[in-house]
Design a protein around this ligand. Sequence first.
Ligand SMILES: Nc1ncnc2c1ncn2[C@@H]1O[C@H](COP(=O)(O)OP(=O)(O)OP(=O)(O)O)[C@@H](O)[C@H]1O
Length: 265
Amino acid sequence: MTRTVSSTADQYQTGIHVRSLCKTFGEQPVLNELSFSVCAGKSLSVIGKSGCGKSTLLSVLAQLQEYQSGVVEFVTPQGKSFIEEYGRMPRLSYVLQEYGLFPWKNARENLMLPLQIAKMDKERIQEHVALMLQELDLSGLEKRYPCELSGGQKQRLALGRALISKPEIILLDEPLSSVDAINRENLQNLILSLWKKYQFTFVLVTHSVGEAVYLGGNILSLSKFSSEDVSQYTLYDNPYFAEENIRDKKEYFELCKIIHHSLQE
Ligand SMILES: Nc1ncnc2c1ncn2[C@@H]1O[C@H](COP(=O)(O)OP(=O)(O)OP(=O)(O)O)[C@@H](O)[C@H]1O
């Protein structure tokens, strides 16, 4: 039997606009004159060498870090300020590299937490949690603590916890880095199927060019800030987003090669 649980009534889509963003830690510039947009309901992959500022960018988008100059704004599909239009910040979830699960709470309790914080009534919480466990293929494991779950199961749980409050934006910081190749492919497909269902806007940090191309509507290739007068990033349109069975297409291979090349510079 397929059960449906309606999304919260005040859920809307939002895009992200970043213009001339500059962020330093003390004297050290990390992000310099970054400009890009993610349209409402679309995705962006961020790729780049270790230390170039990918996680810093996510934490700026999540409003967890201050920045020195530039603009970060959330916009409705009609191009209006989300905050002015709806009188609130977009709901945003952030999935950290190391899952960010609470070790003292079991799978069910980890999933319940965002809904308890949102003061949802108990019956609806049970419904949402049951549905999410089913979608994550974790039914039967709800009483297990994170240390009793495999890497892939923990990652699915972390994704579910990020999604259960129906955020408008999800920020994913290398969410699949610690799982094996088969689990990784399954999780990539899980992200896409949840995205198709819930239509959130997402930004994904990854070290894998193939993953960046599979999961990013656009791709931002970031390099370390250098004092020479060169741009720190390149943006690519990606016609191969969410396309399966393209790995032997010449054009796909060319795009991957170009991105690889940009990472070496
Ligand atoms: N809180 C902080 N205080 C000072 N410097 C920081 C802080 N956080 C990050 N940095 C520095 O900013 C730079 C960018 O770090 P960041 O974590 O964003 O890189 P990254 O691209 O995500 O790296 P990785 O791929 O290894 O996770 C690094 O040089 C890092 O040392």
